[in-house]
Design a protein around this ligand. Sequence first.
Ligand code: ATP
Length: 255
Amino acid sequence: MQEDQQTLLSLDDLSLWYGAHQALRNINLKIARNRITALIGPSGCGKSTLLRCLNRMNDLTDGCRVEGDIRLEHKSILSADVNLVGLRRRVGMVFQRPNPFPKSIYENVVYGLRLQGVRDRRVLDEAMERALRAAALWTEVRGMLRKNALTLSQGQQQRLVIARAIAVEPEVLLLDEPTSALDPISTLVIEELMTTLKQHFTLILVTHNMQQAARVSDFTAFMHQGQLVEFGVTDDLFTSPRQKRTEDYITGRFG
Ligand SMILES: Nc1ncnc2c1ncn2[C@@H]1O[C@H](COP(=O)(O)OP(=O)(O)OP(=O)(O)O)[C@@H](O)[C@H]1O
């Protein structure tokens, strides 16, 4: 990868503590623009913690302290003067369980735009359709936009949540085990969706599912006990890992 042209996010010597417990240890990582980077590793290795650093969700956790830096397009996102609302608009997030609001499908998608003060109905309608199309949900819901989002299937709800996240046109989409609550068919739909979304967004995917990481990601970071053990092109990491710990993990010897 030609570092600077393609790097969107840089993590420089990032460490994080929850009280006295150190959950991340001197992580150095470059996240490539318009690519899918998977974070894998055994439970408790720090994947979600790392993901939550990227939109400063950990700020909400008492006793959490961060050292090092994270730069988004060369600008630190950890400094005290960063506007967190603006940062979270640029770095959207999708969680494990679909969490649509108990509102209509339409209102879910335009939620972020309304928060930004967009009132023009035509602008909202266009953004809503664009986001639902991009989330591969438009054809399924176009005739029922006023229906409560909670009536959709789990897989549809997760695509709706993705539509809600991309409607505000973020640069980065953080996906924290986005398919772990879904059936295999819905999982495949979301995996296909991820590969189309990377044309417009930079995706960072936490997954327990190594086959999923291997199928969809361009780059993979293997973490263990708060350390970044190995990072590389996904095919290389899975076919010829350089570190013994990576090999042990991907061959199922631990975790
Ligand atoms: N809010 C918190 N307060 C204290 N400790 C925490 C908190 N969140 C996570 N931890 C601890 O930090 C470490 C990393 O947790 P994290 O959830 O990031 O791991 P993970 O790799 O995402 O795990 P999993 O795959 O099980 O979701 C663990 O030891 C966990 O117990």
